[in-house]
Design a protein around this ligand. Structure first.
Ligand code: SF4
Length: 347
């Protein structure tokens, strides 16, 4: 009986997926490396945001060996603006292990994949099924919601068992992607579109009227609003950047100098305070505009000032450097600084 239901779900879902699937570059390849990069980028990023990054990354670093050989700064530069930079560092660390222990090929083994930095059960399952055509479930948040409703399961262990039994031996990768796509586009958290669902006939939650809509999350604590003035300091066709120290937040990324305004100080005072001894030599010339940037629970308002620097061109401290604007794409910039650079370079 259950087998019959499984068969029906597999067939109906795969047929629906063939008709509706989005044409995405990582769905046109069987290269495990490319699929790994895509799955990592998509973990906290929307498809349309990830697309140009995916293309750029693979053009620059088309193989595990290339990723292993690349400098950390180059990998960060390719990730610059995508956020959650730890993902990029995990990719690089995993590439080193793959070259050393797996002859440069992603291992076709669930446990060996799990042993690599940054690869959790979902990514390992996605790689096993999508790249290697092995019968493994890949349960992300969307697939989890569909399975919970379809089989009326609540406990994690039962859910994993259902997922493992349901994934077919033939086309497991496409099936897993179909399940996730159904959750992303039809079986929505608050408003499931059951009349459009290809597997509605077998859905327990629909049959028993027990679709529990995902509760609205408790209101988040109010985000803290902060002012973070930035100084674009120019001299001889270059601008002054500083590199964030290793061991802190966003280690190794380059940023335009500036920082938080505190208490009642003026924006100008705050800016000069963050210039690390340069304040005597820097003159604020004009306001270039304001950029906004949200991170976790902070809403940043960053007025950007064009400044000129008088006197010597030596950087004020180790880790600061004058760089030509044309070289910035080769340096990993923080997302906030990337927005400020666009303000300068894009009309
Ligand atoms: S019938 Fe409705 S609740 Fe059930 S899987 Fe389909 S969309 Fe989700």
């Amino acid at each position: 009986m259950m087998d019959h239901k499984h068969q029906h779900i597999r067939r109906a879902l795969l047929r629906w997926y063939e008709r509706t699937r989005r044409d995405l570059p990582w769905r046109r390849t069987r290269d495990p490396y490319a699929i790994w990069i895509a799955e990592t980028m998509l973990q906290q990023t929307q498809v349309k945001t990830a697309l140009p990054y995916y293309r750029r990354f693979l053009r620059a670093l088309p193989s595990v060996e290339a990723l292993d050989r690349a400098r950390r700064a180059e990998v960060l530069a390719l990730w610059s603006g995508l956020g959650y930079y730890r993902r990029a560092m995990h990719l690089k660390a995993a590439a080193r292990k793959i070259v050393r222990h797996h002859r440069g090929k992603l291992p076709r083994d669930f446990r060996a994949l799990r042993a690599l930095p940054g690869i959790g059960p979902y990514t390992a399952g996605a790689l096993m099924s999508i790249a290697f055509d092995e019968r493994h479930p890949a349960v992300d948040g969307n697939a989890r919601r569909v399975l919970t409703r379809l089989f009326n399961v609540k406990r994690e262990k039962a859910l994993q068992q259902v997922a493992a039994r349901l994934v077919p031996a033939s086309r497991p990768g496409e099936f897993n992607q179909a399940l996730m796509e159904l959750g992303a586009t039809v079986c929505l958290p608050r408003d499931p579109r059951c009349p459009r669902c290809p597997i509605a006939a077998g859905c327990e939650a629909r049959k028993f009227g027990s679709i529990r809509l995902q509760k609205r999350l408790a209101p988040k604590p109010a985000a803290r609003k902060i002012d973070w003035p930035l100084a674009v300091i120019r001299k001889n066709g270059k601008i002054l950047l500083r590199r964030r120290p290793d061991g802190g937040l966003l280690p190794g990324l380059w940023e335009i100098p500036g920082g938080e305004r505190i208490n009642r100080e003026s924006v100008r005072t705050a800016l000069l305070r963050h210039l690390n001894g340069l304040s005597q030599r820097v003159k604020l010339e004009s306001a270039m505009g304001v950029i906004r940037h949200n991170i976790t629970n902070r809403r940043i308002r960053a007025p950007v000032y064009l400044c000129v620097c008088a006197g010597k061109t030596s950087p004020p401290a180790p880790g600061w450097r004058w760089l030509p604007l044309s070289s910035l794409s080769r340096h990993p910039l923080s997302s906030l600084s990337l927005k400020a650079v666009r303000l300068i370079t894009e009309p």
